[in-house]
Design a protein around this ligand. Structure first.
Ligand code: HEC
Length: 157
C-alpha cells in the first residue's frame, strides 16, 4: 500500500477535519473565558431580587406625590425635568426650592453661577428653565428668602 493510497488520504482528511473542530471549540472556550474575565456579570442572568431592587430604586427616584417630585423636592410642572437634570449636578436642589425670584432674579443667579461657579452655557434650555423657576419659585410676599438649612455641599474641582 503506497503512502498516498485513497485510504490514507481519507484518513488524513478525517484527522484535519477533527482538528479544525477542536480548534473552533477551543476558540469559543477562550472567548467565553475572556468575557468572564472582563465582565463576569454579562453571562449571568440577573436574579429576580436584583431586578426588583433596581425597579424599586427607579420607582423611588421617579416618585411623584401631591405634585412634588419626592426625591428632589421640585414642583412637577413643565420643565421640571430640565431643572432636575441641569441643576442637581453641583448642589442639592434644596438651594433651588428654597429660593424665590422672578425671571430676572433667576437669570441673575444663573449668570452669577456661570461667572463664578463654572456653570456652563445653558443654551436653548435656559428659557424653559427660567420660565419654570419664575413660575414655581416666584417672588414671595416675604421680603427675604428663608435661611438655608441642611444643605449638602459638593466639592467642586
Ligand atoms: C457647575 C455647578 C453648578 C450648577 C450646574 C448649578 N449650580 Fe447653582 N450654585 C453652584 C454653587 C457652587 C453654588 C453655591 C455657591 C455658594 O454660595 O457658596 C450655587 C448656588 C446656587 C443658588 C443659591 C444662590 C444664593 O444666592 O444663595 C441657587 C438658587 C442656585 N445655585 C440655583 C441653581 C440652578 C437653578 C441651577 C440650574 C440651572 C444651578 N444652580 C446649577 C454651582 C452650580
Amino acid at each position: 500500500m503506497s503512502e498516498y493510497s485513497p485510504e490514507n488520504i481519507k484518513y488524513a482528511k478525517g484527522v484535519v477535519k477533527y482538528f479544525n473542530r477542536l480548534l473552533a471549540l477551543i476558540g469559543v472556550l477562550i472567548i467565553f473565558i475572556i468575557i468572564q474575565l472582563v465582565n463576569p456579570g454579562l453571562l449571568k442572568p440577573q436574579s429576580k431580587g436584583e431586578l426588583t431592587q433596581l425597579t424599586e430604586e427607579v420607582d423611588a427616584e421617579n416618585l411623584i406625590e401631591n405634585g412634588i417630585h419626592v426625591s428632589s423636592g421640585l414642583i412637577v410642572d413643565e420643565g421640571y425635568e430640565l431643572v432636575l437634570n441641569t441643576c442637581s449636578g453641583c448642589h442639592s436642589l434644596k438651594l433651588v426650592t428654597q429660593n424665590k425670584g422672578n425671571k430676572a432674579d433667576w437669570k441673575e443667579v444663573i449668570v452669577w453661577m456661570q461667572e463664578t461657579q463654572k456653570l456652563w452655557d445653558l443654551g436653548s434650555t435656559e428659557g424653559p428653565i427660567i420660565a419654570y423657576l419664575a413660575k414655581n419659585y416666584g417672588q414671595s410676599k416675604k421680603g427675604r428668602r428663608m435661611n438655608l438649612e441642611n444643605i449638602e455641599w459638593y466639592e467642586l474641582e
